[in-house]
Write a protein that binds this ligand. Structure first.
Ligand code: FAD
Length: 549
């Protein structure tokens, strides 16, 4: 049975809420980011009955605000976190195999400069170790380049003080899409996943949690044997629902990214380069854009729900990223006015006394409260499957279930290509099938990189529409198969238009809003309110607050 068909249709909420209320689950997961999605998938494939509740949209927290890399974490070598590099490196190859449409091999150039983080010798052997720990194939192993070879690869790099570079392999992804497809895969294995459903109260002793349907305001109870708190930056707030939190706590650090048109910053490879303050940042080309990031600063607002939802981008964040970028690429000379969008996210790291944001480990940790609430925090997008395995192993032990983890070989929805050549063939065939749609090669590839094999369904449907048939077919698909409830769900996390194609929003919003209104029974006021929210988002992505980074 293709249960995703049923579960992920936005007009079936009340059925899902009824089902949540009427059963007793083995496990309820709080939080619909990559961590929660991975746990739901792992538990469902081990035959458990599992539900997941997400207070806003799936991936609306940190899981849509990362650097969007599936990487082994080269910089962790500097902190001597060899084990982390090794495990994350292995996970990188598993995610690549299971979701090849969402994981794009990306060459990374790391320039060696005077006073930079890496010397020639250190980088040569650091990258060798990195490739070895991450079991990189022979054809993808790092090469070292001299200054002339570096400039030949990336002519925009500052030649002054350049001593050469390391050229190695990483992977780029779409974090929100990865989260959503993992969630849909979990649903196809029987997990019941609902967005806009927040956990308000925990009563672990009585096997119960209370949730609110954020779209109707109604409360409902869910019965469950165990609860896992995968609430990312909100993990401590969920823990506090049981009373005072003791022991380890979260330490939030903020990361900002800026997007500029690729025509303004036309690099061919991703570049990972030094900053003035001893950190490193990425510049990453992505179809028609290039994005730059990230900052890493302590985030110590009041820790309330609201302050964790939108950490915001300040002028100081922008100055920091642009100043460092312009030093490495002096002829590009980026200005604030070149920025077309931006995002900021919070890392839910584990606090360690006396450590600066960049020194804090990215390792994940599990906390179990006296009542038995299992909380997980830290970690990386790349390592989500392994984090899930650890949590579900613990769940199995607690519930005395003897089932091994199976997710190493579970293809993620949209990604069931027998081998990688088939993906390339698919992209080529789609280009031929979409002749006459007015898309260039990049735009067709980006469709496959968004929806994978589900493009077949979208293209077939598009033939039934007359004008603007592709966007209509995409909206049709997301409404029925991706649990979209708001225009922001569609434009921010399902299509990524807000960050990477904001200009497309104005052109399509009337059409899309009309389809949403019909499918989700919106009245005129709701349509206006939704459009207003999109207008505010469009302003916010280039509107930077005063204040510190
Ligand atoms: P989240 O994605 O935040 O999910 C938690 C969810 O819980 C949220 O959606 C929230 O709404 C929900 N929630 C909270 N409270 C409740 C409640 N009471 N009821 C119901 N739901 C609730 N990792 C990489 O591998 N590669 C990278 O390139 C990378 N870059 C990064 C760059 C930045 C700037 C940052 C901040 C992180 C980066 N990471 C990267 C790390 C990675 O993004 C995170 O580790 C990961 O996304 C965390 O996912 P999560 O599911 O734990 O948290």
């Amino acid at each position: 049975m293709d249960s995703s068909k049923y579960i992920f249709s936005g007009d079936r909420r009340s059925l899902l809420v009824n089902e949540l209320e009427s059963r007793k689950f083995d496990l309820v997961v709080i939080g619909g980011g990559i961590t929660g999605a991975g746990i739901a998938l792992d538990a469902a494939t081990r035959g458990m009955s599992v539900a997941l509740v997400e207070k806003s949209d799936f991936a609306s927290g940190t899981s849509s605000r990362s650097t969007k890399l599936i990487h082994g974490g080269l910089r962790y070598l500097k902190n001597f976190e060899f084990k982390l590099v090794k495990t994350v490196g292995k996970e990188r190859s598993i995610v690549y195999r299971n979701a090849p449409h969402l994981v794009i091999p990306e060459k990374m150039l790391l320039p060696i400069t005077e006073n930079g983080s890496y010397g020639k010798f250190g980088l040569k052997y650091g990258l060798k170790l990195y490739d070895r720990l991450a079991k990189v194939s022979a054809s993808e192993k790092r090469i070292m380049l001299n200054p002339n070879e570096t400039i030949a690869k990336e002519p925009l790099i500052n030649k002054e003080g350049l001593k050469g570079s390391g050229y190695y392999s990483e992977y780029r992804t779409d974090d929100a899409r990865l989260t959503l497809e993992v969630m849909k895969t979990a649903a196809s294995k029987g997990a019941l996943c609902l967005n806009y459903a927040s956990c308000q109260e925990l009563d672990i002793a009585n096997d119960q949690i209370t949730c609110t349907d954020e779209l109707t305001g109604e409360s409902f109870l869910v019965n469950t044997k165990l609860v896992v708190n995968a609430a990312g930056p909100w993990v401590d707030l969920v823990r506090e629902k049981e009373g005072n939190v003791t022991g380890k706590r979260l330490h939030h650090t903020k990361g900002v990214h800026l997007v500029v048109p690729k025509s303004k910053f036309p690099i061919e490879n991703s570049v990972y380069f030094d900053t003035d303050d001893g950190r490193m940042i990425f510049a990453i080309p992505r179809f028609k854009s290039t994005y730059i990031g990230t900052t890493d600063t302590n985030y110590e607002k009041d820790g309330s729900e609201k302050s964790l939802t939108e950490p915001g981008v300040t002028k100081a964040d922008v100055t920091y990223l642009l100043t460092n970028c312009n030093k490495m690429f002096p002829t590009v000379n980026l200005q604030q006015s070149d920025i077309t969008s931006s995002w900021s996210g919070l890392r839910p790291l584990i606090h360690e006394d006396g450590k600066s944001p960049s020194e804090l480990s990215r390792k994940d940790e599990i906390f179990v409260s006296e009542s038995g609430l299992i909380s997980i925090a830290g970690g990386k997008l790349t390592g989500y499957r392994l984090m899930a395995k650890k949590v579900v192993d613990l769940v199995c032990e607690t519930l005395e279930i003897q089932q091994e983890c199976r997710t190493e070989s579970v293809a993620i929805v949209g990604g069931d290509f027998e081998h990688l050549d088939k993906l390339d063939q698919y992209i080529r065939s789609l280009r031929a099938r979409m002749n006459g749609y007015g898309l260039d090669g990049d735009e067709t590839e980006s469709l496959v990189r968004t929806f994978g094999k589900q493009c077949d369904l979208i293209i077939d449907k598009s033939r039934k529409f007359e004008a603007d048939r592709l966007i209509q077919a995409v909206a049709w698909f997301c409404l029925r198969y991706e649990q979209v409830n708001t225009l922001a769900d569609f434009y921010v996390r399902r299509t990524g238009y807000l960050y990477f194609y904001p200009e497309r929003i104005e052109k399509t919003i009337d059409l899309v809003a009309a389809m949403f209104a019909e499918f989700l029974n919106w009245d005129k006021n709701r349509v206006e309110q939704e459009k207003k929210e999109i207008d505010q988002l469009l302003v916010s992505i280039t509107n930077f607050a005063d204040g510190e980074a």
